[in-house]
Design a protein around this ligand. Structure first.
Ligand code: URA
Length: 206
């Protein structure tokens, strides 16, 4: 994808047009997967922003369908969030990996990649126009806030520019916790965040 937004993307008046421009722009690059577009209805009350598609997402062409997505689905169910009514996307639009035999090992995107894809995300969010934007983990925070912010200190309600925002953990970070007890505790804290997010998304709609 080019550093400068192509005219087709700037002119896009719908998510479909924006996604088509994003896919058309993407050049084949070794160690970089296909463009995985966001998923969900325009006008969704909540937009969740992750890091980048993972191996499964790259294979299936949909965000959050691998292990992190499964955890997110369980947490959504506990918090009463309807995934199909929400918008799910990523700060970085393509899977970055190194090949080790048959395996493709995830490479965390750097500041350059985040900056590179940031305006796509901004256009996408402008078209979805959610009531609240949720940053799942450090990469999404960097993309949405424009700078790194430690999750431990900034977790909770925030603003991303003019938008109501919320900072929470990335579901993959929960999956990496080895001790069962610690992982379950972290999951409950995550669900509690989602419950707050759901309430915030309903504010002023009664
Ligand atoms: N992790 C992400 O950040 N996004 C996905 O789509 C899947 C896993």
């Amino acid at each position: 994808m080019a550093d400068e937004p192509p005219a087709a993307a700037l002119e896009a008046r719908s998510l479909e047009a924006l996604n088509a421009a994003m896919v058309a722009e993407a050049q084949p690059v070794p160690g970089v997967g296909r463009v995985v577009c966001g998923e969900g209805p325009g006008g969704a009350a909540i937009a969740f922003v992750g890091e980048q598609p993972g191996d499964q997402e790259d294979r299936l062409g949909r965000p959050f369908v691998g292990p992190a997505g499964k955890l997110l689905d369980r947490a959504f169910a506990e918090a009463g969030i309807d995934r199909r009514a929400s918008y799910l996307t990523n700060a970085v639009k393509r899977f970055h990996f190194v090949e080790r035999g048959k395996r493709r090992l995830h490479q965390r995107p750097g500041a350059g990649e985040i900056r590179h894809d940031r305006w796509w995300l901004e256009r996408e969010l402008a078209l979805v126009d959610p009531r609240i934007v949720v940053a799942l983990g450090a990469t999404a925070i960097r993309a949405l806030a424009g700078k790194p912010l430690p999750i431990a200190r900034h977790r909770g309600e925030t603003r991303f520019g003019d938008r109501l925002g919320y900072i929470t953990a990335h579901p993959s970070a929960l999956l990496r916790i080895r001790e069962d007890e610690d992982r379950h505790a972290a999951f409950e804290v995550f669900v509690a965040d989602l419950e707050i997010i759901r309430r915030l998304s309903l504010r002023n709609t009664a």
